[in-house]
Design a protein around this ligand. Structure first.
Ligand code: NAD
Ligand code: LMR
Length: 330
């Protein structure tokens, strides 16, 4: 039985994500926080006949602390989304400050919570949360996650499309590693649970997975980025975290985590990558304490090795950007 706090709960992701969480019988408390509209969202959700007690708070009168009190899981989809022509890094200027403020709230109110960061650019916002928690003496790398599940959901969907078998969509599993933007998104198609049909244009498929977010941004034409598929993906990841907290064993989920979260696994992965990186998205085994084991890449082919190599410099830059925002504020 778990209390979940959603920060940015009135937004395009926050509302459907909160709805999905309200349907989960293991969620007994739902603390919703936003700078607008949360009382309305909470009142609306509270009429759904499921166990979660829903409370919605705004900024004044300690609303953030109230939403976070007692939370074991904190999900952060607060921040601005992209418009056509923007990269995720263009969001950093605004979202970095938002995420910093929310991370300070987590450190002050529920420092042991599992923190799931959705706000972009994830490659940099996760290091921001880490630095804030470190500064306040509450950093546990086992409990901080960048949510990269949407990349995995997209990879599964696009592969199932190529298989011309819509019923396979929910059973196709394609590991996606690296980070969550452009070339840092590295699908390991050679490890797909379902072999791809011959003749598939692999470069085009990799590109579609890496830039799937752009498809939605373009189609929404200025009205934001993926919200519904993100709520689905965020809920999928949150459910795994909740199951792990409740003692279920053997749960593996892809996530952008600190390689220090499992020093042995992190070291083995760094050896494979041929460099040290503070954060990387990998398949991660979860238990009630958080990250139990970071999986290595396993067997990957030559073109996947090139994709990983291309991701590393950009990841390093993104991580440093987040790190410096707290360590070296200008
Ligand atoms: P949105 O604008 O619809 O909603 C964002 C919400 O955040 C708004 O309700 C806003 O009021 C709230 N907010 C702003 N400042 C806040 C603060 N200081 N405290 C609390 N709430 C605050 O945007 P969205 O479409 O829901 O996207 C949110 C973020 O998620 C964006 O940064 C977007 O790029 C990112 N995103 C990430 C992924 C991923 O895969 N990780 C996928 C899709 C979107
Ligand atoms: C996505 O992958 O859909 C999100 O990161 C939102 C975006 O900006 O593309």
């Amino acid at each position: 039985m778990v209390k979940v706090a959603v920060l940015g709960a009135a937004g395009g992701i926050g509302q459907p994500l909160s709805l999905l969480l309200k349907t989960n019988p293991s969620v007994t408390g739902l603390g919703l926080y936003d700078i607008v509209n949360t009382p309305g969202v909470a009142a609306d959700l509270s009429h759904i006949a499921t166990p979660a007690k829903v409370e919605g708070y705004l900024q004044p009168n300690g609303g953030l602390a109230k939403a976070l009190t007692g939370a074991e899981v904190v999900i952060i989809p607060a921040g601005v989304p992209r418009k056509p022509g923007m990269t995720r890094d263009d969001l950093f200027k605004i979202n970095a400050g938002i995420v910093r403020g929310l991370a300070e709230g987590v450190a002050d109110t529920c420092p042991k919570a599992f923190v799931l960061v959705i706000s972009n650019p994830v490659n940099s916002t996760v290091p921001i949360v880490a630095e804030v928690l470190k500064a306040k003496g509450h950093y546990d790398p086992k409990r901080l996650f960048g949510v990269t599940t949407l990349d995995v959901v997209r990879a599964s969907t696009f592969v199932a499309e190529l298989l011309k078998d819509p019923s396979a969509a929910s059973s196709v599993v394609v590991p996606v590693v690296g980070g969550h933007s452009g070339v840092t998104i590295v699908p390991l198609l050679s490890q797909s649970s379902h072999p791809l049909p011959s003749g598939v244009d692999l470069d085009a498929l990799v590109h579609r997975i890496q830039f799937g977010g752009d498809e939605v941004v373009k189609a929404k034409d200025g009205a934001g980025s993926a919200t519904l598929s993100m709520a689905y993906a965020g809920y999928e990841f949150a459910c795994k975290v909740i199951k792990a907290i409740n003692g279920e064993k053997g749960i593996v989920a892809p996530s952008y985590v600190s390689l220090a979260a499992d020093s042995a696994g992190g070291e083995a992965l760094a050896n494979e990558l041929g460099t040290s990186l503070e954060f990387f998205s990998a398949r991660v085994e979860l238990d009630a304490q958080g990250v139990a084991k970071i999986h290595t890449l396993g067997n990957i082919n030559e073109s996947e090795k090139k994709l990983v190599a291309a991701a590393i410099p950009e990841l390093k830059t993104n991580i440093t950007t987040g790190h410096d925002f707290i360590q070296k504020p200008s």
